[in-house]
Design a protein around this ligand. Sequence first.
Ligand SMILES: Cc1ncc(C[n+]2csc(CCOP(=O)(O)OP(=O)(O)O)c2C)c(N)n1
Ligand SMILES: [Mg+2]
Length: 785
Amino acid sequence: MNQHDLDVLDEIQRRVLWLATRIVDAANHDRDTGDGVKVGGHQASSASLVTAMTALWFAHLDAEDRVAVKPHASPVFHAVQYLLGNLDRSYLPKLRARGGLQSYPSRTKDPDGVDFSTGSVGLGAAAPLFAAVTRRYVDAHFGERPHSRFIALIGDAELDEGNIWEAVADPATTGLGNVMWLVDFNRQSLDRVVPGVRINQWRGQFEAAGWHVVEVKYGRKLAEAYERPGGAALRDWIDLMPNEQYQSLFGLAGPALRKQFLDGAPAEVAAFVADIPDDELGPLVTDLGGHDLQAMLDAYAQCDAVTDRPSVVFAYTVKGWGLPIAGNPRNHSALLTSEQVDALRAAHGLTRDTEWDRLDPASPAGIRAGERREALSRAPRERALGVTVPETTRVRVNKPVSTQEVFGRVLVDLARDPKVAPYLVTTAPDVATSTNLAGFINKTGVFAPTAQRSWTEDRMLRWTESPAGQHIELGISEMNLFLLLGQLGLSWDLSGQPLLPVGTVYDPFVLRGLDAFLYGTYSGSRFVVAGTPSGITLAPEGGAHQSTITASVGLELPGVTFCEPAYAGSLDWLLCDALGQIAGGAAPAATAAPAEDGAYYFRLSTRPIDQAPFEAARARIGDAVLRRQVVAGAYRLVDAHEAYPHLADAPVVQLAASGAVLPEVLAAAAELAEEGVAAHVVDVTSLDRLYRAWQRTLRQGVRTATVPSVPGALRSAFADRVPVVTVHDAASHAMAWLGSALGAPAVPLGVDEFGQSGSVGELYELHDLLPGSIVNAALAALSLR
Ligand SMILES: Cc1ncc(C[n+]2csc(CCOP(=O)(O)OP(=O)(O)O)c2C)c(N)n1
Ligand SMILES: [Mg+2]
């Protein structure tokens, strides 16, 4: 780039620095929140990335490129979007305010086109990598999209997060030449100057994983000094200096800086700098490449030139660049004082009247901003697939079957549907076969960017890898599973192709990927995940593999609908409905329910259970009504009045249960009938939808100061104010609220301790889930009336 253009970019980056700093300052000093809680914001972290981000948006990016911005640089992102004309001025004083700019970039809440949410460090780095995995898949299946580069701007301390290395190491992410990570290498984290010189270790790790590594260490001033006689000694001295010593230079000036810089230096270095005046020495020895626009543009070009593997750029930067807090080890959350802001404003040639102005549109900088705005604009994308998923695959079984097995069969059936099949994509962290995806994989194959020869022939599993495959196999990383699902579910936006993503994972290990699960749903992604097998019903596997708190997790996660069906027919309806919701096609006429947002979590089991009770309920209630109730969250599997007419005047209880424990509950109802107690059995297919329905009516009542009604989903499945026993192969707490919802005494049975190895019967006995205990619980519930 010629000097004139560099000068224009330099002017722009100065305005970006000012605005980013002032946005944080205004949040803290111009607004009175009246609550005594600090507002906060990160001026130093932001300053560190100003050069890199200015170079990206004002010179490098194309409209189709997608960028994740490290959480603490959100003020820089918004300053850039403002100068481009993509953000209204009214937002600038509203960082961290209600309805204003989010603290950390948010896809769903920020008004100016955030590509990737960030916040939980490490995840924002991996997200664009998995978006590129998704793009590679989309290109292979649906034809090449316009080229995109997937970029992550990350803090150096983010490299401490394990999920980064899980993502880098997974074979599914190799060879992606359109990925660039830019590490803001300011050698500081939140608390401290990062000890030692870790760059060589990191370089080795990236290179071993097949990445292209670029270092942007020095700016032009230092590079020129190194070329002069004696410059090599200066270079060695700076290269080997510990981070702590180097960082301390930023807080010094004049003779003090010289003294600190030369502490322990060889005579050659002292001689080299002897002629350099005090006021030039600081700017020289702290001249880092991450603040040299040309050096950054060169690094980006080097990454573009390498097209067969991902690139990572280590840009040496200064935390707090251009601010009085530069390089201070305690600067992470430091805020400039109002006096410092006043001085900065004046130094940038601005006044109180002009401080929020955009670049003068007639100036070279303003003209550049206008051109870049044009160059970067892109049309909004369609989220809906617009395909109607059938409401059932008519899965029929005449022997005991588990939900995990049915899950696999429903997917196989959908893979035969020519309208739906092309969009289905499955993924699993090395548990595809043990979670019953083998049938689907046999039909569709495993995805690989190029066809792979198969060396073994297996009658049960045809593991053919090719670009046509529709299963993406991951190594054992639940983080990667949820990161990939999250990006597959955003493919409509980031790759212009809606998909129907389905993942599987052993239920206990949902917790291992939980932060990435949350990340995906917070980003507005939509997918289906099956946690299977689950609970202590996985009996011989023992405590290390038995999940207990996952039902609560599914219930409580926002943006996730949790389902735990027990029978083939209900799972079929629920899964088809979930995929239909994600497809966003026309709702089947029978579904009265409103469209729903978010992801779906199915908690499944490997316990085969007798399907006759469900078929009896189907005959009694009829498909149309039963399906509506199943999808709404609960139905009466056994109606005591119909099943036991002779108990018309007997005491009534209701036994509510989800999933694998239904056989014990049915047996308990039969025992209770023998003891003269009429017990309804309610199969709770989605605890989550029931809870939400209850909360909706409660909140409505609270907000309007009226008596809350009982929601329809509860009313159609439960009898009002009749004592209830809840039975769940999960923490007893997850269903305990049903008593309150029904206005009745409740006895919740469930698993509140770590599990053990044993048979299903032994473990159910241990946790009071056998029919005898359920009967006793019912009698207790009746006595609580
Ligand atoms: C998972 C997670 N853990 C902790 C934090 C709190 N936190 C925010 S920034 C930060 C340090 C970041 O250092 P670095 O990545 O080097 O960023 P920079 O120096 O550019 O601010 C920490 C610990 C977080 N946001 N996410
Ligand atoms: Mg840092």
